[in-house]
Write a protein that binds this ligand. Structure first.
Ligand code: PMP
Length: 403
């Protein structure tokens, strides 16, 4: 038999699996001397690292055989109960640990959701812009990702309704509405409270499952989180949470709170990917929730991010040329800059690097070919570097606008 390239063996689906623009940028941002406003990383320096080291050592010394062994596919009951406490702090008071599936970060829950709900050609509605990891997960299942119209207060219910009608007329099957209602990554936008019930009602009427992704909900700067959609509807919302932003992302512990009717299939699909979530990491998170003042840690994160966000907004005010607009987030990690319509932000990345600053071009977060926006993250950068990074970025944008 004639030999041919092994890449012939890839599935049709694999053609949709691409390196995200965010990955490229991360590699670049490691270069010395650059200020990276690219990475959406939490500022782990504020964690009680020595005490965590003691906890980890103690878990291995006293419960090592359990910590290093396979565990149940749904995750430990202790951690699922604690996750219900965390969700209560977010405003969800009726979660049953039986319906919680612990996953390898909420990223893996997104993949499982795409797998169990979407056939090739099914439509998933997303905010525009939206989280790059979700776009990657959906596209890998050959889903048609359709951006929804929104404004500074999130999805527009009327636009959603009319888009659904158009999609129906075009013979499309809409399965999911994927939304990050609190401090969207990348835009920082929060969905207005007054729109939340309307969106739930529309999705219920149209028989669409809401996939609500809320990793930043507790990081509202004023400390008063807005209740997620799941707090209003336990039947039609599949809720995703994560310890990545409120504790530490390297542990890869996230979760899905799944409507009772859908739980078994979702759990089996998750088990097929990971067998079980990491035992040691679950035990470390459980110890953290049991023995530490985890809410005080979230408060420390909030205060820090608020200060950095303010610094970034002030620096933008001071340095940005006319024609640049930006969001003013009430929580989370990101500010979203928009340039005049005719400026593509992608080529500006190289110019930014030449000036010593890195950002993520907006094209990473949208299904469109090009974007006149860009994402700046303030979460893991010192105030001094935020000011300097914005100062370096401003002439790059000014030049592009003037051309
Ligand atoms: N959803 C959103 C909106 C995110 O910003 C991220 C991480 N950047 C994730 C999901 C993935 O989080 P995890 O670390 O829990 O997989």
């Amino acid at each position: 038999m004639e030999s041919s390239a092994l890449s012939d063996l890839f599935s049709a689906r694999a053609a949709n699996i691409k390196q995200s623009a965010v990955r490229d940028v991360f590699e670049i941002s490691m270069q010395p001397g650059l200020i990276s406003l690219a990475g959406g990383n939490p500022y782990l320096q504020s964690l009680p690292l020595e005490r965590l080291a003691q906890s980890a050592a103690q878990i291995i010394a006293t419960e090592g055989l359990e910590a290093l062994q396979y565990g149940g596919g749904q995750g430990t009951l202790e951690l699922r109960e604690q996750i219900c406490q965390v969700m209560a702090a977010e405003g969800i008071h009726n979660a049953d640990p039986e319906n919680v599936v612990i996953t390898a970060g909420s990223q893996s829950a997104q993949d499982v959701a795409a797998k169990v709900f979407c056939d090739p050609g099914d439509v998933v509605l997303v905010e525009d812009p939206t989280y790059v990891g979700a776009l990657n997960a959906f596209e890998a299942y050959q889903v048609e990702v359709v951006p929804m119209r929104g404004d500074a207060e999130g999805i527009l219910p009327e636009a959603l309704q009319s888009q659904l009608e158009q999609l129906r007329l075009a013979g499309k099957r809409v399965k999911l509405l994927y939304t990050i209602p609190n401090f969207n990554n990348p835009s920082g936008v929060m969905l207005a409270e007054s729109r939340r019930q309307q969106i739930i009602d529309i999705c219920k009427k149209e028989h669409i499952l809401i996939l609500e992704d809320n990793p930043y909900g507790l990081l509202k700067f004023d400390g008063h989180p807005v209740a997620p959609l799941r707090a209003r509807d336990s039947e039609n919302v599949l809720y995703l949470g994560s310890f990545s932003k409120i504790f530490a992302p390297g542990l890869r512990i996230g979760w899905a709170l799944v409507p009772a009717e859908l739980k078994q299939r979702f759990y089996l699909a998750s088990e097929a990917v990971t067998l079980c979530p990491p035992s040691l990491n679950q035990m470390l998170v459980s110890t953290y929730i049991r023995e530490y003042d985890w809410m005080a840690q979230i408060q420390r994160y909030r205060e820090l991010y608020f200060e950095r966000c303010e610094t970034m907004l002030e620096a933008l005010e001071e340095h940005m040329p006319p024609g640049v607009h930006w969001t003013r987030p009430a929580g989370g990690f990101f500010v979203w800059l928009t340039l005049p319509e005719d400026v593509d932000s992608y080529p500006l990345l190289q110019q930014g690097i030449a000036e010593g600053v890195v950002f993520v071009p907006g094209a990473a977060f949208t299904t469109a070919e090009r974007s006149n926006s860009l994402r700046l993250a303030f979460s893991a950068v010192s105030s001094e570097n935020i000011r300097e990074g914005v100062r370096r970025l401003a002439p790059v944008l000014a030049k592009a606008i003037a051309e």
